[in-house]
Write a protein that binds this ligand. Sequence first.
Ligand SMILES: Nc1ncnc2[nH]cnc12
Ligand SMILES: [Zn+2]
Length: 341
Amino acid sequence: MTPDQRTAYIDRLPKAELHLHIEGSLEPEMLFALAQRNHVDIPFASVEDIRNAYNFSNLQDFLDIYYQGMAVLLKAQDFYDLTWAYLERAHDDHVRHVEIFFDPQGHTERGVPFADVITGISDALADGEKQWGITSRLILCFLRHLDEAAAQATLDEALPYLDRIAGVGLDSSEMGHPPSKFANVFARAQLLGLKLVAHAGEEGPPEYVHEALDVLHVDRIDHGNRAMEDSALVTRLAGEGMTLTVCPLSNLKLCVIGDIADSPVKQMLDSGLKATVNSDDPAYFGGYVNANFHAIASALDLSREQLRTLARNSFTGSFLPPDQIAHLLAEIDHYDAHFAG
Ligand SMILES: Nc1ncnc2[nH]cnc12
Ligand SMILES: [Zn+2]
């Protein structure tokens, strides 16, 4: 395939996005507009000012500004508008299914009712399915810089809404907050029938990936970059068919990698790992899912077969039922068979 053909192939390839923080899709324009609509003071005079602040040297640098940005989200309508805007972009990128993280503790600690957060997001997801046929799952993330009791209280608040929540995850500052800190709340979530995921090995050591598997019993690993440092762990992850939700542009912006060519995606595929490509916080990291595909496809010279594998992994690694996965895999095959460049 020529580079132009590869770009065209990615653009319309049916895919799922499995690692997307809905608050990280808050574009500077919407942040600015919501600040005005809700009369929230922000330390930025213009959209340009906001964009200029998006330079990070590590995860914590980003998180500081990410939590600051959330302050403009106050009403159910704000969460609806945010989610709808993301779905419009996802639709443009031929995303057929999304599994979205949300950070309720970032909102309830500011006095926003849990009900407003989940209602706004889930109403938009339902409307997105009606409008475009994009299916979805919602994953409640616990903030790992807070304690386990706070996570348990958040799970308590979620109980009336479990019909809208597919799973729980673990995000925020990784270093110093190992997965084992949340062993009890994850065990409780599992008993409630929820799926389990955790950010691990983004900045944290391979040991945190081991803990996510052995202590939390996760169904997926979010990021997982540093698992590549531990060959026995790589063999294990490959053997278990564990899905890794890798985020190339995020890794670059947060200095997890020094160059996009250092993205581990190709090495993961070559090692038999079930890697997927995702955007993480696209408003902050410079691109939605197709931009992430484009960036690594050229930097790593990915083949058509590898791109197709990444798209297949996004569906087989999802929490959809087998019949829907089979249907989406058939969509990929149909697309691939008819792609003329
Ligand atoms: N990449 C990331 N890592 C940890 N926590 C996050 N919250 C939002 N994006 C995150
Ligand atoms: Zn993330």
